[in-house]
Every structure is written in structure tokens, then in C-alpha cells.
Design a protein around this ligand. Sequence first.
Ligand code: G4P
Length: 284
Amino acid sequence: QKINWYPGHMNKAKNQIEERLSLVDVVIEVLDARVPESSRNPVVAKLTENKPKVIVLNKSDLADPKLTKRWKNHYENETTVVVSLDSKHNSKLPELLKAIKQASAAKIEKLTQKGVVNPIIRAICVGIPNCGKSTILNRLVGKNVAVVGNKPGVTKNQNWLKVNQQIELLDTPGILWPKFEDPKVGMKLAAIGSIKETVFQFDDVALFLLDYLHAFYPKQLDKYLNTIEFDDNLPDLLMSMTQKFGFREDYDRYSYHFIQQVRKLKLGQFTFDFLTEVDHENDN
Ligand code: G4P
């Protein structure tokens, strides 16, 4: 379902998120490992600056493993623990639980010193649409769907779900709006499927992917192109691919197919955000 983030809507969302963040001890910020920065909501990054946080680099099965490691190191600091996950196929649940515990260690210690027996840590999952918040929530809560119940401070219709003896999770993830000011970020989000493709032209997204792969993952692209030759004219290349792969003159339908091929790992694992130019030069 498409969300139009016009400013009024955005302000309301910001206030709601702010209110919900104030209820929790730890924020689980879910990013898409293929586009960690582009899938990061700047307002939330700011709001949670000094809050204990677990950053989940989710869908790491689809991302370039070397860059996922680099991003992990980049985000890690005193208040932020980072885990990379493939929450669809392999939950790596113990690692995530460990990260939540680690991020809340100071809070647990404080409560224990105050004499609280078995302190409870409260958390919320936040992230832009489609980054995997619900999948992670389901993994965390599993069969313990037992609702802990409404408690003071929680808006009506929100409940705490029990993850284990120590952790409770707000039952509705915080949906954040994606960055959309920078057209290049928009293109990356469309390429990975975070923004409905209908907002974009398929051929624009396909050309963006070709350009990116040509620049940063040339070996993988060459392998996929096999015998198709091209000079640096990418629209011509896309047309040759359309014909070669049996789509006749249907540029648009092939563009859609190519985007799907990239998403389904037919060309390899790619990350579309990198830390420095050097990252890619060294890796390829
Ligand atoms: P959201 O709540 O943040 O909006 O995201 P949600 O959990 O609904 O996940 C969105 C899509 O991403 C789902 O696919 C889900 O299966 C997939 N997904 C979540 N985590 C991972 C991951 O770590 N790796 C991979 N490869 N995929 C992940 P879908 O298209 O809705 O369904 P399906 O194609 O999985 O059946």
C-alpha cells in the first residue's frame, strides 16, 4: 500500500514515532542491508541519537557481504549494537536477542541497583516500509503471541508482546517514511522494491541498475551479459538485452524483468550504498 508522505502526514508520523520512542528502552532500527543509508530515516536517526539502539542490517542475504561488514563497523558505537540478519530464511535469533540485551545492559544494571527484580526491557521495531519489520517481529515473538496487555503510557490499541522473560516488544512496528528528496536515493529504493515501481518508469530503474553494476560490479554484469557486447551506451545495451533475452522490442517489459532478476540474486549480491569510493575499487 502506497503512502504519500505529504508534510502534514509526515509531521503526524513524526509525533507518533516520538511518542512511541519515549515508551521504550531500546529501539530496533531495521535497515535494508543493500541500502543502509538510503533506507535510514534521518529524523529517527536524530531522535534516537543517544538512545540504546540495535541496528538490524536486514536482508543481508541479498547484500554484498563485504559491504555489510563495513556498514556494521561504521554504525557500531557505545550506544549502538549492529547485527546483520536474513530474517526470512535464517532468523539468527540468538544474535538479535543478545544484541538487544547488550544494548540495554546499562538500563538493566540501573534497574537492578534500584532493587528491581527481573527488570523488563521494552523495545520497538522501526523502519521504512518493506525493510522486514514484521518478519523480525514475528521471529522475535514467535509462538509467544501472548499479549502482555495495555499498560499506562501505551496508546490504546497498542500492546506489549512478550519476547522472553526480559524483553517486551511493542506489537505494531513504527513505519517510517523513506528519504525521497534525493532522486538517486529514490532510484535505489525503487530498485530494491521499497517504493512502488509504478512511481518510476521501469526503464529508468533498469538503466540506473545497469549504470551502477557497470561501474561497481562489472564482472557480475559481464557474466550475465555473456556474449552481448556494448560500448558505454546503456540505453542501447538495454535494447540489446531486451532482444537477446527474447523480449523482442518490449523494452519496458524487459526492464521490469531485469529489475526482478537483480532482486532475485540472478546477477549476485549487491549493495547500493557504500561508505567511500575506495570500498568498491578495492573490492572489485
Ligand atoms: P515491513 O514489515 O517492514 O513492511 O516488511 P515485511 O516484514 O513485511 O517484509 C517485506 C518483504 O521482505 C517480505 O516479502 C519478506 O518476506 C521479505 N523479507 C523480510 N526479511 C527478509 C530477509 O532478511 N531476506 C529476504 N530475502 N527477504 C526478507 P514479501 O515479498 O512480502 O513476501 P515473500 O516474497 O517473502 O513471500
